[in-house]
Design a binder for this molecule. Structure first.
Ligand code: NDP
Length: 240
């Protein structure tokens, strides 16, 4: 029987590539999105992947949403915590709201979603969780204290939950992407982007499919000895 995978932020950018890669490799996928209905509808029409709308920062919505996915598609074997946002500015201009929103979605969402599926994975003695961190959670980044803190938190979360899941055959890993060509990176001013690319040894932005390939490896059944690790996919920009 096909394994069921939830991919948050699964209808656009890196998440869409992950959803598609998993579907093409035999998983039944539920792609979660926040509010971009047009994009989600088109993604569903183009790929046939089921889409669900809820806010990963909302604990109750995650509980209800994951229960709905399980009722529709079957017990959840794989969770990819990919949904993320940026609210960039320097510390002295950052509002408390900008801080809280990024922590709530990027890190809170990771807890809320994992909490909703972890019990079932423990009962069935199988699970694969992959959390999408960031190079900027490893190295820090000017103008991103909120984002860097949330992503750095994801790396700690991964190592702690990996220890809890190990005996139940649940692996928990992270991927730390470098700069990937998506909407999130298009929002970076061109002059800044040029400087960033100049620091990437392979001399280009990454592709969403290159992150998806890493996810596919980490969620495979025969990757059971890989847990608590962070896979950096960044063109050599930060060798951690
Ligand atoms: P995009 O901005 O292209 O897509 C973000 C996705 O997350 C969308 O599907 C969006 O839904 C969804 N989303 C946002 N907020 C919520 C929420 N509260 N609840 C549910 N879904 C939500 O992002 P990327 O593809 O660029 O990034 C994906 C992940 O990779 C993020 O965690 C990001 O931090 C990380 N990353 C990205 C890098 C890059 O260079 N692009 C580098 C390092 C890390 P909707 O379409 O409805 O808005």
């Amino acid at each position: 029987m096909s394994q069921v995978a939830i991919v948050t932020g699964g209808t656009r950018g890196i998440g869409a590539a992950i959803s598609t890669m998993l579907k093409d490799n035999g998983f039944t996928v539920a792609a979660i999105y926040a509010g971009n209905d047009d994009r989600a509808r088109r993604f569903n029409e183009e790929t046939g992947i089921s889409v669900y709308k809820w806010d990963v920062a909302d604990y109750e919505a995650c509980q209800a949403g994951c229960a709905q996915v399980a009722a529709d598609l079957g017990p959840v074997d794989v969770l990819v915590n990919n949904a993320g946002i940026t609210r960039d500015t320097t510390m002295h201009k950052m509002t408390h709201e900008m801080w809280q929103e990024v922590i709530d979605v990027n890190l809170g969402g990771c807890f809320n979603m994992s909490h909703a599926v972890f019990g079932g994975m423990r009962e069935r003695k199988y699970g694969r969780i992959v959390n999408i961190g960031s190079i900027n959670g490893q190295a820090g980044q000017y103008g991103q204290v909120n984002y860097a803190a949330a992503k750095s938190g994801i790396h700690g979360f991964t190592k702690a939950l990996a220890q809890e899941g190990a005996r139940a055959n649940i692996t928990v890993n992270a991927i730390a992407p470098g700069y990937i060509d998506t909407d999130m990176v298009s929002a970076v001013p061109e002059a800044v982007l040029e400087k960033i690319i100049a620091k990437i040894p392979v001399g280009r932005l990454g592709k969403a499919s290159e992150i998806a390939r890493g996810v596919l490896f980490l969620v495979s059944k025969d990757a059971g000895f890989v847990t608590g690790s962070t896979l950096s996919i960044n063109g050599g920009q930060h060798m951690y």
